[in-house]
Design a protein around this ligand. Sequence first.
Ligand SMILES: Nc1ncnc2c1ncn2[C@@H]1O[C@H](COP(=O)(O)OP(=O)(O)OP(=O)(O)O)[C@@H](O)[C@H]1O
Length: 654
Amino acid sequence: MLQQAHRAHIERLLAFAQQPGAAEGTIERSWLRCFNDYGLDPSRPVPAYIVEAQRLREHKDQIEDFLGVARTGMEQLYKRVSALDCVLLLTDAHGVTVDFIGNDHRDHELKRAGLYLGADWSEPRAGTCAVGTCIVEQAPVTCHQTDHFDVSHITLTCNSAPLFDPTGGFLGVLDVSALSAPAPREGQHLALQMTTMYAQMIEDANFLRYFRDQWILRLGSTWSLVDVDSEIMVAFDADGVIRGINSGGRRRLRLADAAEGHGGKPLDLRGHLLTEVFREDMSELWRIAHAGMSSERTAVRTHDHGLYYATAIAPRGAPGRPSAPGAQPALPSAEASAALDALGAGDPQMQRLILQAKRLANKPLNILVHGETGTGKEVLAKALHAASERRGKSFVAVNCAAIPESLIESELFGYSPGTFTGARSKGMRGLIAQSDGGTLFLDEIGDMPLHLQSRLLRVLSEREVMPLGAEKPIPVDLRVIAASHRDLRQLIAEQCFREDLYYRLCGATLHLPALRERRDKDYLIARIAAEEGRQLDMRAELAPATLALLRAYTWQGNVRQLRNVLRFALAMSDNGFIDTDALPPEILEGTQENPAEAAPAATRPLPGNEREVLLAALRRNKWRITQVAVQLGIARATVYRQMERYGIVAPNQQ
Ligand SMILES: Nc1ncnc2c1ncn2[C@@H]1O[C@H](COP(=O)(O)OP(=O)(O)OP(=O)(O)O)[C@@H](O)[C@H]1O
């Protein structure tokens, strides 16, 4: 019987392939793609494919912060549809099932059918199916029995609705599927409606969470329902600029000058003013916003004659109105900001940076610090911590490039007892939890693996950390200062760094100048020489010729290299008096090769020349890594990492 049905299905598809006609329907369009784009053959069925555990984990990590929100919606939906003997699938944008609610009694059957965690329902792999076709069409789809392309799936009935993220990107699919269902297709109408409705609810819950630090205008066409069922949500900032808009809003709202002839295509309204969409002026819109959830709902009109009832939600922590001028956190006291003041003296770039850092010290913002290696990014992060009200709590520094990739996760997030066997079975508080109340400094953030970037993003947005193997997250109050000498925007373009994490991290950006650009070298030389002298319990005094050589050097390893050179010179000196012959040879050579005292900055090596500088140092030092590290003032591990990054291989390794 089944054999016969299979044969009939294959023949029907082959006949379609011969004469596809206009292929106007969603299902027919997908069949055509199966033949023409994916080269699928209906006479060669492909059983359901479940991705392996590691890959599933990677897929989950990509949308980890969304999974919690979606789960709540799925559980609600399941209560309503479980009587229909169906299962729920949540897939990511690639069609891989990242969450699932099913029926334990039919576990084996469901797994075989692909109605299971990890099942890959992308159209190129599974052929026409609700999830895969919904991904391509980005619209709700019912795929009922023989709508499926592959005969392995023709007993299934599936309803899928797309899910979009708060910025309008495609996020995944919510799907309600059954192993069997009554034959008439019309019976699926209600299931598709429910799936679409819950997809919208999940999207909106995610939107509210994502924009909880912004004002949100909620609009509905029914006065009495606007608080509980707002069809449209618009997130906006204190300047009245639109920051985000939910799917309902993308479908219905237009700009004033796009009111005619936009062809019904959703426009991206982000970055536009509310007043470009609504006829009310900003003071009226603020009046509505401040009325909040009170009963004072007010009608607003759009430029294209739409009429909506409006209410608003204030940003988290806001007292219901934009903060009054003067309510800014106070600047740190002179005592607290001493560490910031000590960072430089008399260099205009540093002066600007110190002033900015003082203003930022007590702001609830994460900070991104840029600067070449050794410019003092960690020193700046520590000074910011010391100047802030967090100074009584821990400052925890993590070098993402120095910890082996396999350990970063457990080091950062920690693990609960019993997660690992042996000596570590007691569990460990991760570095994130250790910096609760204080500052977490993430150095070389650009080297953090992508799947951990997702987890970090979740920590930053949820303000809680989930140790490995734990069942409950731990709340954390965190300020993150991240640093990188790599161009994070470039890494985003290369898809090696998450853009959303970048925006979470760069509440403000501080740029540390390279030592060769600084005009306060004398101050740094004197200060570091004195510090190093104290370490060795000797006074440190520099001969005028020594000072001249140090001023003239180009300092590829920046302040770190300067400190290393002074430490070396002190050890070589005659009781703390540093004459030129106490200096390491590269300082003398570097200045001879490059009498750069007056060389304009543009002719000196720039960060972009990092590969050349490294290669030259390797050749000069006959590929002895320790010497190169000392000379450039960087760690040995950094030399190896940079060699790998730039594809430099030592001659004896080739
Ligand atoms: N303003 C400063 N005053 C005194 N010492 C400094 C200063 N800035 C940096 N240093 C010294 O330079 C060395 C490197 O500093 P730091 O580790 O903060 O640099 P970094 O930019 O974070 O380096 P990397 O990019 O390799 O992580 C340290 O020994 C530090 O003490």
